[in-house]
Ligand binder design. Structure first.
Ligand code: DX5
Ligand code: ZN
Length: 208
């Protein structure tokens, strides 16, 4: 299992990013919130861009914003492996996925807990990653929604049916217990479980 660490609930972001750099975590998960798509706002890019100088890990960017096209070029300028945005936005999704790929960055869509898996079908040819949200977008520290387990099985079936080789990632409420419900995923995003502990590496290892 790949592990992507979210610092959304970090009290000292720089300190935690430095600590994460000493672990074998695969990616740093960057939650970008504009305060419109979900009821929370993250730091602006102009402040956050300095933070990434403290890590050599690649970034896994999760845009929870109403206008991804505005943010894609900014995050494409960093050491970014994935840019994922929400399927529920009112923009030309295909165009936004193509824009990410123009920067040679892997592209993906995230879906909220109430969004149906089959809404992904029109975009499957463009997807390198699918992010299944196991909490409502906005805040770290929420409880994993158990219905996610069945949803992940649906995603796996969909990818098999359409012969698509995308990474399935799960975001929200991940810990050493809930990761057991993510067998159909190959990546998990964990925030408070890691950054709220004294031993980051031990928590990361428990998710593998
Ligand atoms: C929620 C974010 C998540 C969140 C995960 O909107 O997308 O990435 O920070 O945090 P935990 O692991 O605490 O649920
Ligand atoms: Zn996220």
């Amino acid at each position: 299992m790949k592990v992507s660490a979210s610092f959304l609930s970090s009290k000292d972001v720089v300190k935690d990013i430095v600590k994460l750099n000493e672990t074998d975590v695969d990616y740093i998960h960057v939650d970008v919130l504009d305060g419109k798509f979900a009821p929370n706002k993250s730091l602006p890019f102009s402040e956050l861009k300095y933070i990434y100088k403290y890590t050599s890990k690649r970034l896994d960017v999760h845009l929870m914003v109403v206008n991804p096209a505005k943010y894609i070029p900014l995050y494409a300028s960093l050491n970014t492996e994935y840019i994922v945005f929400q399927l529920e936005v009112d923009e030309d999704i295909e165009e936004d996925l193509k824009l990410i790929k123009k920067y040679s960055i892997k592209a993906g869509l995230a879906i909220k807990p109430d969004t149906k898996v089959n809404e992904l079908i029109p975009y499957l040819p463009y997807l390198d990653i699918i992010l299944i949200m196991s909490v409502e977008p906005g805040f770290g520290g929420q409880e994993f929604l158990v219905e996610t387990e069945a949803k992940l099985e649906e995603v796996r079936d969909l990818l098999d049916t359409y012969k698509v080789n995308a990474v399935i990632s799960v975001d929200g409420g991940i810990n050493d217990k809930t990761v057991g419900m993510c067998k159909n995923a190959s990546m998990v995003v964990a925030g408070s479980y890691i950054v709220g502990s004294d031993d980051f590496q031990e928590k990361i290892t428990s998710l593998r």
